[in-house]
Design a binder for this molecule. Structure first.
Ligand SMILES: Nc1ncnc2c1ncn2[C@@H]1O[C@H](COP(=O)(O)OP(=O)(O)OP(=O)(O)O)[C@@H](O)[C@H]1O
Length: 132
């Protein structure tokens, strides 16, 4: 490492902007490495465009935005768990590692089911109205 090379940071963030930059790096890392995060974002974009076209009510927007964020938070959390487990067991097969990762994936599944249920409750009446 050269004299002017910056030492990698392992200390606490010193400012709000530094915290924000690292959080943005976390989001960018997840987007680049987790296919499911990309898929969830793509579905969220479709739902937002559809909601704008159908001009859904304010409370419906609140529900939709809430479930979109719940799913994205669950996916971020699942990514944290996967990397922590990999760090601990270094890719060795471990029954407890399997259970931890499976339960973490189940969190995403349950959050996604909630999003599907909310989506059906909101969009089915609009579709029926269009078909009527
Ligand atoms: N070290 C391990 N020991 C035992 N089982 C493991 C281990 N690593 C992964 N697995 C099993 O493989 C599955 C997938 O692993 P992992 O979560 O790392 O991959 P992924 O494709 O990123 O998952 P996801 O689709 O949830 O994002 C886990 O749910 C678990 O059942």
């Amino acid at each position: 490492m050269g004299l002017n090379a910056k030492k990698p940071q392992t200390s606490k963030n010193h400012s709000f902007w530094q915290s924000l930059r690292h959080a943005a790096q976390g989001l960018s890392f997840t987007f680049q490495h987790e296919g499911n995060f990309k898929r969830h974002l793509a579905i969220a974009t479709i739902v937002i465009v559809l909601s704008a076209i159908l001009q859904v009510a304010k409370t419906e927007w609140l529900w939709l935005v809430s479930v979109i964020f719940i799913v994205l938070i669950a996916e971020l959390w699942n990514t944290v768990v996967e990397y922590l487990v990999d760090l601990l067991v270094a890719k060795q097969y471990d029954t407890m590692a399997k259970h931890i990762k499976d339960v973490s994936a189940a969190i995403v599944l349950v959050a996604s089911l909630l999003a599907v249920i909310v989506g059906l409750i909101i969009f089915v009446p609009y579709v029926l109205q269009i078909l009527a």
